[in-house]
Design a binder for this molecule. Structure first.
Ligand code: PEP
Ligand code: MG
Length: 308
């Protein structure tokens, strides 16, 4: 009787169609970066509004459609938004910080999203939020654009910087929902580059510290009556799905090929067993212990007793 939504991570209208054909119940993450890539100038408000509207129409009014505002910087530079050369780009201007540094580009995107809102169940999400001030600044710009285009949208943030997980109670009073980005949350919690060839094996979202950040996020958000999803790669890992269910996540947004395996993994288990598994796993001391517990659960269909 327990339901959680299985949504898709997409970048294009074709992805949306493929997601629907594969059984997605919505879009939990539209990465809008692709719209902005390989161009000499940012896409216009009309171009963006047309894209978001076409996707919203394909999804219909009932399926949730979460549009993440532009997430560039560091690893994803754009020629028409020159960023200063930084020694440490992953700790520099990224995500919402870039949008706040380029308010014209940001406002244009916000207007395009607001124009598309009536076509579907549109939700707006800000990436890489680290402080309450960033959220408030972004929301203030949104409120100004809503004076011009008076459309209501739900507003959420990604939890992918450890500070956001730690102050989730404060953030939860000012947003409608959260989505945990385990890719960045892992790299920032462990201080290990997510693409580093030597560290890739250790930069694992199943590290106990990352899992505790996730548990804190769910607890703090639920206290304020706000829902929490996961749109990072961990949600697409069928082995991790019972744990995510047990941690109390409300939505899993996954890659299109993972929709069916993730749904199947959810259907195989009871909520009570998943909750027990989560309790066991939160006692684990190392990533290896977590993996062992998950593998044993998967094989036995019940929580493994891990060493404590
Ligand atoms: C993440 O960080 O987990 C995430 C979903 O965002 P991206 O992979 O686009 O950085
Ligand atoms: Mg991210």
């Amino acid at each position: 009787g327990h339901r959680l939504e299985v949504a898709a991570n997409v970048a294009t209208l074709d992805d949306v169609k493929a997601a629907l054909a594969s059984g997605a119940e919505g879009v939990g993450l539209l990465r809008t970066e692709l719209l902005f890539a390989d161009r000499d100038a940012a896409p216009s408000e009309d171009q963006q509004a047309a894209e978001y509207t076409a996707m919203a129409e394909a999804l219909g009014r009932d399926r949730r459609f979460i549009v993440r505002t532009l997430d560039v910087g560091g690893d994803k530079p754009l020629s028409y938004m020159p960023l200063p050369k930084e020694q440490n780009p992953f700790l520099g201007l990224r995500g919402i910080r870039v949008s706040l540094a380029y308010p014209d580009v940001f406002r244009t995107q916000l207007r395009a999203i607001l124009r598309a809102a009536p076509a579907g169940n549109l939700h707006l999400m800000f990436p890489m939020v680290a402080t309450l001030e960033e959220l408030r600044q972004a929301k203030a710009l949104l409120a100004e654009e809503q004076q011009r285009i008076p459309r209501a949208v739900k507003v959420g943030i990604m939890v992918e910087v450890p500070s956001a997980a730690v102050i989730v109670e404060q953030l939860a009073r000012e947003v409608d929902f959260f989505s945990i980005g385990t890719n960045d949350l892992t790299q920032y919690t462990l201080a290990m580059d997510r693409g580093h060839p030597r560290l890739a094996r250790q930069a694992d979202a199943l590290h106990p510290a990352v899992l505790r950040m996730m548990a804190m996020t769910v607890e703090g958000a639920h206290e304020q009556g706000k829902w929490v999803g996961v749109c990072g790669g961990l949600a697409s890992d069928a082995l991790a799905v019972p744990l995510l269910v047990g941690l109390g996540l409300d939505e899993l947004s996954v890659s299109v090929p993972s929709i069916a395996p993730v749904k199947a993994a959810i259907g195989r288990h009871r909520l009570s067993e998943c909750s027990e598994l989560a309790t066991e796993v939160l006692r684990c001391r190392t990533t290896a212990e977590v993996r062992q517990a998950l593998v044993q659960f998967d094989e036995a269909g019940a929580p493994a007793k891990v060493l404590t």
